[in-house]
Design a protein around this ligand. Sequence first.
Ligand code: APR
Length: 243
Amino acid sequence: MPINNIVVLTGAGISAESGVATFRGPDGLWEGHRVEDVATPQALRRNPELVHRFYDLRREKLGTVEPNAAHLALARLDREWPGELLVVTQNVDDLHERAGLTRLVHMHGELLSALCASCGAKHRWPGAMPAGTVCPGCGEPALRPDIVFFGEMPEHMDRIERALADAQLFVSIGTSGAVYPAAGFVQTAAYHGARTLELNLERSAGSAWFDETRLGPAGTLVPAWVEEVLNSSPAYSGGGGPA
Ligand code: APR
């Protein structure tokens, strides 16, 4: 089956070689907190200063990191792929955008955005956001990080589901397959007949669902895969089975 529509899912692993900590690796703790204990609506209610400080520090760190070869390769695919492409990232950093990727959605929110808990407005927010920061829209002291916390609905799900239903190829890059609904995308894509490929440092919780898993750093695997798919190697021009 010729490949026209591609969906790519990225996770923290694609930003690891840029120096951005992943969540469930040895670097997954922040000041002794599991991220899961900080990124929750309960934590925001219980200790707003802690949660706001956590995201202020992560937002500040963005200024010290750069996109890596994997981000740049996906931006090349975006420029050169003649068919449909949607990159769905679970990451809240801006490294995909800074690499030049445009066909992108953030399903877990963005560090550089503020959400007003009162009026629902979103504002680009590159600086610090202490608890009680006033919303420029409604004037309420209700700005919070524009991050989808555990238990909250991920964003852009309608668009993502439509893209998965229409995809002939689904590629997962740098994610542990530990968090739904993202971890279920491979099954949705496969149900609709897509070929599925995983590029990851180690086997993930979802590896068994993929037609093919390639193990290694994203900075090496992603540029090689983009070269392969752009050169429409036989594996992608309708050949059956794993490449
Ligand atoms: N190249 C490729 N993969 C890598 C690399 C690398 N250089 N370094 C780490 N990985 C892999 C790890 O093996 C792991 O499977 O990336 C994955 C990172 O997994 P997590 O830390 O669980 O991050 P992620 O899958 O993005 O987490 C999903 O959980 O905490 C929530 O909302 C948060 O979006 C996040 C979601």
